[in-house]
Ligand binder design. Structure first.
Ligand SMILES: Cc1cc2nc3c(=O)[nH]c(=O)nc-3n(C[C@H](O)[C@H](O)[C@H](O)COP(=O)(O)OP(=O)(O)OC[C@H]3O[C@@H](n4cnc5c(N)ncnc54)[C@H](O)[C@@H]3O)c2cc1C
Length: 460
C-alpha cells in the first residue's frame, strides 16, 4: 500500500497562498506531499485592479486568476476555514451549498499548515457604518459600486422638476469616500474620471452636478508614496473638483447622509470605505501572539510556539529585515518593524514560505524572508498616475506607463495579462460603457457579507 503523503494545507488562495502553492508544486515531487487549498473562491483576485473594475475599464473575470488552471496539483476545497485546532492538527471548513449559502462543516487534517487568509476592510465602531458603508476589496463590492452609482444618476434624473423634490437631488449626486491612502484615492479618482465622462448622457444632469468628497483623519493623501507625490495627487484631485477634507472622519452614517466629526452633514447615499485593513478575523481565534491584530511570525515565517505552522501576507506581522529595529510602532514585542500589507510583500512571502515548508519536508534549506520595498504606484484615472519605483518619484504619463507595466507583470497568468491589456486598449479607444447589470443585491455588498469579515460561530 502507498505510504500516506504529508499533507500541506493552505488557508487562503490570495497572493501569499497562491505563490506559496505555485512554488511548492515546482519544488516538491508529487509523492513528497499532498497539497490542499481552502479558499472561498476558485480564483486569486488581483485586487490592485479593483478600481479599474469599478470604473468599468477592466472586465471582472480578467482580474480573477483561475486557481485550478494555475495549480493543477493542488486539491481545492471551496469554503471558509472557521476554526483551527493546533493540537489535533485539523481545520474546520465551512462549505457552501448550491445557492452559495453556508452548507455544513468539514474537518480536514494537516501535517503542515500555512495561514494566508489576508485581511478585511478595517471598520470602526461608528454608528451606521456596518449598514451603509461599502468597501472595495472584492469583485462583489466593485461591481455593486459601479451599478449603485449608475442607479443614483438614474434616480436623480427621474426626480420631478419641482421645488419639493430639489432637496433630494444632492444625496443622489454626492459620493463620499473615506480613506486617502492608495485604495481610497485611486477609487475616488478613477470613479470621478469615468462618471464625469458619461454623466452628460442623462438628460437633466451635468457632469459638474456630481459632488465628490475624499476625507481622511490624517493630514496627507497617499502617505505610502511620500509627501511630494501626495501633493501631486492632491493637485490632480482638486483639478478634477474633488473636495479633499483632511483631519476629519465620519461620526455617523445613515441611508441618506453622513455626519462628519467637525459637525458637517453631507447628504449622500454613497459612502465608500477605504480606511485601511485589519488581519482576517481567523487569526484572532488562534490564541497566538498578535501584533496590531496580525499574527506574529519569525523571520522564516514560522509561527513561534507551534510546530509546523507558517503564516504570511496581510494576516501576518512579518519582521522587515531591511529596516533597523524599533521606531515604527509595529506592536511586536521584539520591536522589529513589520512589512506593510501589500501584494508586493505577500507574493514574495508566499514564495519564501514555500521554500521553508519544503525544507521541513527534507527538500532544500530554509531561509529568512528579506525584501527591499520596490515602491508603490497609484492610478488616478485618465493619463494621471503617481509612482515611486525604487525611490524615484514619477508623475503623469510616465507614471501611468510604469503603473500599468507593473500590474501586467504582477498579474500571475499570461491569459489574464492579455485580457487586461486588451481592456485598457478598448477603454482608451472606445466610448465608456454605462450599462447596469444590477446583479448584486445591496445586502450582499455590505462589508460583513462580501468579505465575510465576521466568522460564523462554531457549530455544536
Ligand atoms: C483596492 C486595492 C488596491 C490595492 N493596490 C495594491 C497595489 O497597488 N500594490 C500592492 O502591492 N498591493 C495593493 N493592494 C494590497 C494587496 O491586494 C494585498 O496586500 C494582498 O492582496 C495581500 O495578499 P494576501 O495573500 O495576504 O491576502 P489576499 O490576497 O486578500 O488573499 C487572502 C485569501 O484568503 C481568503 N480567505 C480569507 N479568510 C479565509 C478563511 N477563513 N478560510 C479560507 N480562505 C480565506 C480570501 O478570500 C482570499 O482569497 C491593494 C488592495 C486593494 C483592496
Amino acid at each position: 500500500m502507498r505510504e500516506p503523503r504529508p499533507r500541506v494545507l493552505v488557508v487562503g488562495g490570495g497572493f501569499a497562498g497562491f505563490h506559496a502553492l505555485r512554488r511548492l508544486e515546482r519544488k516538491l515531487a508529487p509523492d513528497a506531499a499532498e497539497l490542499v487549498l481552502v479558499n472561498p473562491t476558485d480564483y486569486l483576485l488581483y485586487s490592485p485592479l479593483l478600481p479599474d473594475v469599478a470604473a468599468g475599464m477592466v472586465e471582472p473575470r480578467h482580474i480573477a486568476v483561475s486557481l485550478r488552471q494555475e495549480l493543477p496539483r493542488t486539491r481545492m476545497l471551496l469554503g471558509h476555514v472557521t476554526a483551527v485546532d493546533l493540537s489535533r492538527r485539523t481545520v474546520s471548513v465551512g462549505l457552501f451549498d448550491d445557492r452559495g449559502q453556508p452548507g455544513g462543516t468539514q474537518t480536514e487534517p494537516w501535517d503542515r499548515l500555512v495561514l494566508t487568509p489576508g485581511s478585511v476592510t478595517r471598520q470602526f465602531d461608528i454608528p451606521g457604518l456596518a449598514e451603509h458603508a461599502h468597501g472595495v476589496k472584492t469583485l462583489t463590492e466593485a461591481l455593486y459600486l459601479r451599478d449603485h452609482l449608475l442607479t443614483q444618476l438614474d434616480r436623480a434624473d427621474a426626480l420631478p422638476d419641482t421645488p419639493a423634490d430639489e432637496p433630494n437631488r444632492p444625496e443622489r449626486l454626492t459620493v463620499v469616500a473615506v480613506g486617502a491612502g492608495y485604495t481610497g484615492t485611486e477609487i475616488v479618482a478613477q470613479l470621478r474620471y469615468w462618471l464625469h465622462g458619461i454623466a452628460a448622457r442623462w438628460s437633466r444632469i451635468r457632469p459638474t452636478d456630481v459632488r465628490w468628497l475624499l476625507i481622511d483623519i490624517s493630514d496627507t493623501v497617499i502617505p505610502e508614496l511620500g509627501p511630494e507625490l501626495g501633493n501631486v495627487a492632491m493637485d490632480v484631485l482638486r483639478r478634477r473638483g474633488i473636495e479633499v477634507r483632511l483631519g476629519v472622519t465620519v461620526k455617523t452614517a445613515a441611508e441618506q447622509q453622513v455626519t462628519l466629526t467637525d459637525g458637517t452633514v453631507v447628504p449622500t447615499r454613497t459612502l465608500i470605505w477605504g480606511a485601511g485593513v485589519s488581519a482576517s478575523p481567523l487569526v484572532d481565534t488562534l490564541g497566538l501572539p498578535l501584533a496590531k491584530g496580525r499574527l506574529v511570525v519569525d523571520e522564516q515565517l514560522r509561527v513561534p510556539g507551534v510546530e509546523r505552522v507558517w503564516a504570511a501576507g496581510d494576516a501576518a506581522a512579518v519582521p522587515d529585515l531591511t529596516k533597523p529595529v524599533g521606531g515604527d510602532g509595529s506592536g511586536r514585542s521584539d520591536g522589529r518593524p513589520v512589512t506593510p500589507p501589500t501584494a508586493q510583500h505577500a507574493q514574495r512571502q508566499g514564495a519564501a514560505l514555500a521554500r521553508n515548508v519544503a525544507a521541513s519536508l527534507g527538500v532544500g534549506r530554509a531561509r529568512p524572508y528579506r525584501h527591499r520595498d520596490l515602491g508603490m504606484v497609484a492610478d488616478l484615472g485618465g493619463s494621471d498616475a503617481v509612482a515611486r519605483p525604487l525611490g524615484v518619484s514619477v508623475t503623469g504619463v510616465l507614471a501611468k506607463a510604469i503603473t500599468r507595466g507593473y500590474h501586467l507583470s504582477a498579474l500571475p497568468r499570461g491569459a489574464n495579462k492579455v485580457r487586461v491589456a486588451a481592456d485598457w486598449l478598448f477603454a482608451a479607444t472606445l466610448p465608456a460603457q454605462a450599462v447596469q447589470l444590477s446583479e448584486i443585491r445591496p445586502r450582499d455588498a455590505l462589508i460583513s457579507t462580501a468579505q465575510q469579515s465576521v466568522l460564523p460561530p462554531p457549530e455544536g
